[in-house]
Design a protein around this ligand. Sequence first.
Ligand SMILES: NC(=O)C1=CN([C@@H]2O[C@H](COP(=O)(O)OP(=O)(O)OC[C@H]3O[C@@H](n4cnc5c(N)ncnc54)[C@H](O)[C@@H]3O)[C@@H](O)[C@H]2O)C=CC1
Ligand SMILES: O=C(O)[C@H]1O[C@H](OP(=O)(O)OP(=O)(O)OC[C@H]2O[C@@H](n3ccc(=O)[nH]c3=O)[C@H](O)[C@@H]2O)[C@H](O)[C@@H](O)[C@@H]1O
Length: 443
Amino acid sequence: MQITVVGTGYVGLVTGVTFAEIGHEVICTDVDSAKIMKLSRGEVPFYEPGLQQLMVRNLQNGRLRFTTDTTDAYRFRDVICIAVGTPSRPDGAVDVSYIEQAVLEVAKAIEQYTVIVVKSTVPVGTNEQVRAMVQQHTNCPFDIVSNPEFLREGSAIHDIYHGDRIVIGADSDRAADIVTELHKPFGTPVFRTDPRSAELIKYASNAFLATKISYINEMANLCEKLGANVDAVAHGMGLDRRIGSPFLQAGLGYGGSCFPKDIRALLHMAESAQSELQLLRAVSIVNEQRPYVVLDKLKQRFSSLRNLRVAILGLSFKPNTDDIREAVSLVMMKELLKAGASLIVYDPIVNQAKGNPVLESARFAGSMKEALDWAEASIIVTEWDEIRSFPLLQYNQETLKETIIFDGRNCYALAEAERAGVEYYSVGRPAVNERQPSHLLHS
Ligand SMILES: NC(=O)C1=CN([C@@H]2O[C@H](COP(=O)(O)OP(=O)(O)OC[C@H]3O[C@@H](n4cnc5c(N)ncnc54)[C@H](O)[C@@H]3O)[C@@H](O)[C@H]2O)C=CC1
Ligand SMILES: O=C(O)[C@H]1O[C@H](OP(=O)(O)OP(=O)(O)OC[C@H]2O[C@@H](n3ccc(=O)[nH]c3=O)[C@H](O)[C@@H]2O)[C@H](O)[C@@H](O)[C@@H]1O
């Protein structure tokens, strides 16, 4: 099929590249012409394992191309997928202006029957608004299909090929058939429904996953009070297939470009519909407290954080991505700087401040060892493989000093911390080699 993808962020680019890979003829467009130039040269503007290789292959075989010429990209296509951003407004509502802008251009350009697929995460009712908008600007026949995306950053390609479902929300069987056919080579089960339900499935799914995370994080708090181990509790719970083990990793809470934004959006949607989502409100509050749970441990251990040299290990909102949108590392750094601490940061991929004012206040280390050498206390914020596989024994040996680790992601077994002799504080588990509050470590 002839497909155009509008927007080359995570979702747009991964969609375009994988559609080309399964044999479709794909054009990707973006308002950001510098990005399009980069992409045309085979450069992926963000870190996503496996994506560049697939992209270059499809650029070379001619099934994929990038352009800013929207007339060319929108005129005679079977399907046009909208994958532009839908950020939060200050009140939590969704800013759909990028959707409106993209749809307007598409509507003005189409010259044959076209299926317009909304892949972006949009508030319930948006697909209907999009239909009305297109109708005003074209005499061409068209259909609108809601087709939300469920991929995760860092494992996007894997997720596309091993998805649990493709949700198609359409009023027209003809359009639903086309979108089903489009995805056929992926072999993923398809669930067809109405557009409003499809839009809500996306938000309800993200909110449910976030609920699992906040639930286990509250259990982690309780474990600390009762002397239980949250990793064991999560494992034991996850063995029940009705519960399932994914998304029960306790830690510093969820961040990223989607969970926080989508939960704000769902709460706002419910409020506008005079419906109260009490549970989800609590999920959000629990999550906002997560960084402070670890910061409080640090404050208890050192009576003052002023001039304390702290290493932040991991900056991205999760491993295998360079995305720092709503990353918990930024909240922690802001609070530590406010308390007067000095920071060194290390991340395997995020190695410059990129204009972020919080990151600009820290020193970037070129290696984990450099960060550990300099710091008096280390906080593990993101569980990159490189960070979690750094032997605890080496923390003391490499730095030739006593190491104090605050592990926000439970990367190490408690027994390993004991063996290594490091002072180790994690989440929802007993401290190892705990010492009394110290005034002496720093001046
Ligand atoms: N990032 C993720 O992992 C996932 C994101 N989503 C949803 O997908 C949507 C897109 O998210 P991301 O890819 O992260 O967005 P992004 O913010 O990384 O990229 C959006 C892109 O759209 C472009 N754009 C904006 N207006 C345009 C227009 N009128 N015409 C052409 N291009 C335009 C921007 O220049 C930018 O390159 C959002 O609704 C998000 O909630 C859904 C699942 C996963
Ligand atoms: O709508 C979206 O954009 C996407 O949002 C999430 O994907 P993503 O944000 O890329 O990453 P996740 O793996 O879900 O992690 C989100 C956050 O939750 C945290 N998390 C995740 C799992 C867990 O057990 N514990 C936990 O704290 C991660 O550290 C991270 O900060 C969803 O998993 C995707 O299905 C969805 O498509």
